[in-house]
Design a protein around this ligand. Structure first.
Ligand SMILES: NC(=O)c1ccc[n+]([C@@H]2O[C@H](COP(=O)([O-])OP(=O)(O)OC[C@H]3O[C@@H](n4cnc5c(N)ncnc54)[C@H](OP(=O)(O)O)[C@@H]3O)[C@@H](O)[C@H]2O)c1
Length: 292
């Protein structure tokens, strides 16, 4: 009798667990939209980046973190930077690879660009092969309400900081040029559609600079390319993190957002010598947003 009761209660419990799951999923779909299914793969490039010394700005989280993780796995030595020491040290602990180091460095403070770059080159053993300009901040206040300080906050990191760091690195390379060097600039889908607020304008800057420097510097052995991500599941898009296992997004034709690892995949390709005939291009990876 006792056994029968146990089976009965187990069935009731399992019924309630399943019903709760169904209701939770329905509530999620109601709140966030359809649950997209997706499949992504990661290419095993072996040690394709062996010996490469890479600086990734803003690598403590999101796209920069995913890229740093993939780069050290592929044999590179990497420095990640950012303003938040705790975030950086935790990222390095988590990735747990002896070739990964961090440096506190606010790229919007141009007065420290030279000294931080010197420290970075020292940490990398006297050289640097690749600069990934990934650090960025967002503000989507609409055109009529943007204040000067909002404009400056976005521009000082996304455009000014990127410009002067790139300039400093290129000056170093032109003085010490021995092999092909690379710059990968992270723009945005917003850099390929009309811009009405500073974030998008700054991403146009990035794509424009990529094109200009691409042509200008390739003869000097510096290859400049970029990536324009669409909506990626990082802290910059809090909604995507809140949605948990639901990757639905209504904003692009694919009807989903992407994972930072998908951008890292493209990043490794552009960093590697497999892409050495590509010049001045920003590869758009946005689920069709900018051409819809
Ligand atoms: N997520 C998207 O949907 C999306 C779409 C298109 C483009 N992007 C671009 O992708 C890049 C990476 O963003 P994410 O999505 O990975 O977001 P994220 O996780 O917020 O990463 C941005 C990183 O930039 C760093 N950062 C911000 N200001 C900085 C400064 N002044 N100096 C140095 N580091 C700074 C932050 O670190 P600290 O806080 O430690 O400074 C953070 O680690 C950005 O350029 C962003 O505009 C993202």
């Amino acid at each position: 009798m006792n056994n029968l009761l146990c089976v009965f209660f187990r069935k009731i419990r399992s019924f309630f667990v399943k019903t709760t799951l169904i209701f939770e999923t329905l509530a999620k779909i109601y709140k966030y939209g359809g649950v997209s299914t997706y499949s992504i793969a990661q290419i095993e490039y072996g040690n394709i980046l062996e010996g490469k010394k890479i600086l990734i700005t803003g690598g403590g989280s999101g796209i920069g973190y995913a890229l740093a993780n993939k780069c050290v796995t592929m044999g590179a030595s990497v420095i990640i930077t950012g303003r938040d020491e705790k975030k950086l040290s935790e990222a390095v602990l988590k990735i747990n690879n002896p070739r990964l180091q961090w440096l506190v460095w606010d790229v919007s403070d141009v007065s420290i660009t030279g000294s931080r770059l010197k420290s970075c080159i020292e940490l990398l053993g006297g050289n640097i092969d690749v600069l990934v300009n990934n650090a960025g901040v967002i503000d989507t206040t609409d055109f009529l309400n943007v204040s000067e300080s909002q404009w400056e906050k976005v521009y000082s990191t996304n455009s000014k900081g990127l410009f002067f760091l790139t300039q400093a690195v290129c000056r170093f390379w032109i003085d010490n040029n021995k092999s092909t060097k690379k710059i990968i600039n992270i723009s945005s889908q917003g850099g390929f559609v009309g811009a009405t607020y500073p974030y998008r304008m700054s991403k146009w800057d990035v794509a424009g600079l990529t094109m200009g420097l691409g042509v200008n510097l390739c003869e000097k052995g510096i290859l400049v390319n970029g990536i324009a991500p669409g909506i990626i599941s990082t802290k910059m898009q809090p909604m995507t993190l809140e949605q948990n296992n639901n990757i639905f997004s209504p904003y692009n034709p694919l009807k989903r957002f992407a994972l930072p690892e998908e951008i890292a995949e493209l990043g490794v390709f552009l960093i590697s010598d497999a892409s050495n005939f590509i010049v001045g291009q920003t590869i758009i990876c946005d689920g069709g947003y900018s051409i819809k």
